[in-house]
Design a protein around this ligand. Structure first.
Ligand SMILES: Nc1ncnc2c1ncn2[C@@H]1O[C@H](COP(=O)(O)OP(=O)(O)OP(=O)(O)O)[C@@H](O)[C@H]1O
Ligand SMILES: [Mg+2]
Length: 249
């Protein structure tokens, strides 16, 4: 079982979208995949076809086989759940006291024989990122090819390094560019600059920006299901192959 965290310094880069779609692509390749939403925004359920009125999730039900929802897209899923501010504050305190809360519970899922557990996280520094970095074997840092993502990257890499310094089974963080415009000079310049500065960590596919992604969300389904032939879907398929290849090495 490999645990992969999708993380970012900046918000709104596409972690939730890519977690859902990478999970679906891996499931299409016969992998058994569990997605865990660690973000209090509780937005992953909108991508994975959960009833919008269902408020259950890991804060109340915990992480164990009974709290897993089987999405219609071949992916197993534990939402964050909808919680009151008071309950969220208490949960954050509990996580703060138990840095391995998530890692310990994922380890107990071993019998469910998942090939991959994908963690969707909130942006920036948080107790949820800290938990994810104690549980993950690798991380995908999602970036947009813009100046803000580029400028904040070094600080975020330092944070990841700090959180994972004591880990012996963390194999590193790779950089994944998302929302790559088809024609935009700045986008290509940032991509080149990232290649120069962090070439070894850069995932060998950038995920294109495509209007179908927003359309798919309006229909509450991953773009891979909504429009399998669009640019974003094809890039995510390549990403899934790369994840499988690099997992086997
Ligand atoms: N490849 C893409 N092409 C077009 N739009 C995209 C793409 N990826 C993400 N988006 C859009 O960008 C917005 C943010 O995406 P998403 O919610 O997945 O980001 P996030 O990193 O999870 O955000 P947050 O930090 O708030 O959790 C959404 O409107 C989504 O539809
Ligand atoms: Mg998100």
């Amino acid at each position: 079982m490999q645990v992969i965290a999708l993380i970012s310094g900046k918000g709104g880069v596409g972690k939730t979208t890519l977690t859902a779609n990478l999970a679906v692509a891996l499931a299409q390749r016969q992998a058994r995949v569990l997605v865990i939403d660690l973000d209090p925004q509780n937005a992953q359920r909108l991508h994975l076809g959960m009833d919008p009125d269902d408020i259950s999730g890991l804060v109340r039900e915990g992480i164990h086989p009974d709290s897993i929802f089987d999405s219609p897209f071949g992916v197993h899923f534990i939402p964050f759940g909808q919680v009151l501010p008071q309950d969220l504050a208490e949960f954050e305190d509990e996580l703060d006291q138990q840095p391995h809360w998530l890692a310990d519970r994922i380890a107990l899922l071993e019998a469910a024989a998942f090939d991959f557990v994908l963690l969707d996280t909130p942006p920036g520094s948080s107790v949820f990122l800290q938990q994810a970095m104690q549980a993950a074997h690798r991380a995908l840092i999602v970036l947009m090819p813009d100046a803000a993502s580029y400028a904040t990257l070094a600080k975020f890499l330092d944070l990841v390094q700090e959180y994972t310094a004591q880990r012996e089974d963390f194999y590193g963080a790779d950089l994944l560019i998302n929302q790559m415009p088809a024609q935009n000079r700045l986008g290509h310049q940032v991509r080149e600059a990232l290649y120069e500065s962090h070439g070894k960590q850069l995932v060998p596919v950038a995920i294109h920006k495509d209007a179908r992604v927003a359309e798919a969300l309006a229909f509450e389904r991953p773009v891979l299901e909504y429009e399998p032939g669009c640019k974003t879907s094809l890039d995510v398929q390549y990403l899934a192959d790369w994840v499988l290849d690099s997992h086997q090495q």
